[in-house]
Design a protein around this ligand. Structure first.
Ligand SMILES: [Fe+2]
Ligand SMILES: [Fe+2]
Length: 249
């Protein structure tokens, strides 16, 4: 059976979950860690903390350890996806292991259910938007890039298929729509996300989507199917007036 985005609203129970979401922490190992107070604040404000990738600045295991230490002050579950920066040192597996051992739910094509809400996470990839999307034509390098973009969308689809009906938040690093990256140079739009992610999201009942990666952009947009999308990169101005977004689903 194919569900429509509106189904999520109709199924919505009365008690809503508060989610604090932020992307692009870019934790470094060459400066004093400074996240603990913010994490404590977020965990007081919400039931779940969501981190939308670029958790570390260079994907160094030491940076992941520092993030895990800073998160000790967080009293609520933490759900995350990795970003492109977390892959820079070719140590993404080790970074993931360190973060998972700290208790973080690092999603890479999986979902986790917390308090009746399903969190579905995948990093996503570049590729461009709408008619400007890169197509699989020409050199093998171009085809490999398009294949990676399609693969991430497929992994999101596979994860969505296993989710129980109910409230769902999709967590990405790359943007699924161009609306929330407005303000970035047009020349780099194709490297900030892919419409293939939005096409997949619109085939399922999803309450909301969060992403990061575009450090400049607009907080809120919608997929062509009407699902709310939030750019929660820490640099984006948000209605909360804080570096993190506060969502209720
Ligand atoms: Fe970033
Ligand atoms: Fe990024």
């Amino acid at each position: 059976m194919t569900s429509q985005p509106g189904d999520a609203e109709r199924d919505e129970p009365q008690s809503r979950m508060k989610i604090a979401a932020i992307g692009d922490l870019h934790v470094r190992d060459d400066e004093p860690p400074s996240w603990r107070t913010l994490f404590e604040e977020m965990s007081r404000a919400a039931d779940v903390l969501v981190l939308a990738g670029d958790l570390t600045d260079l994907g160094k295991p030491r940076q992941a350890e520092l993030l895990a230490e800073e998160l000790r002050g967080c009293l609520v579950p933490v759900v995350a996806v990795l970003g492109n920066h977390d892959h820079e040192c070719n140590a993404a597996e080790e970074v993931t292991t360190i973060l998972r051992e700290s208790g973080m739910k690092v999603l890479d094509g999986q979902s986790v259910e917390i308090g009746g809400v399903s969190f579905v996470g995948v990093k996503g990839f570049a590729g461009g938007f709408g008619r400007g999307m890169l197509s699989s034509f020409g050199e093998p390098a171009i085809k490999a890039m398009v294949a990676e973009s399609m693969n991430e969308a497929m992994r999101l689809e596979n994860a969505m298929r296993k989710v129980r009906p109910g409230r769902t938040l999709v967590v990405l690093h790359y943007a699924p729509i161009p609306d929330t990256i407005k303000g970035e140079p047009l020349e780099i739009y194709p490297f900030l996300g892919s419409s293939r992610l939005a096409e997949t999201i619109d085939r399922f009942p999803v309450n909301a989507v969060v992403h990061g990666h575009a450090h400049v952009g607009v907080y809120e947009g919608r997929t062509p199917g009407g699902v709310p999308v939030y750019n929660v990169a820490k640099f984006i101005e948000k209605p909360s007036g804080r570096p993190y977004a506060l969502l209720e689903i």
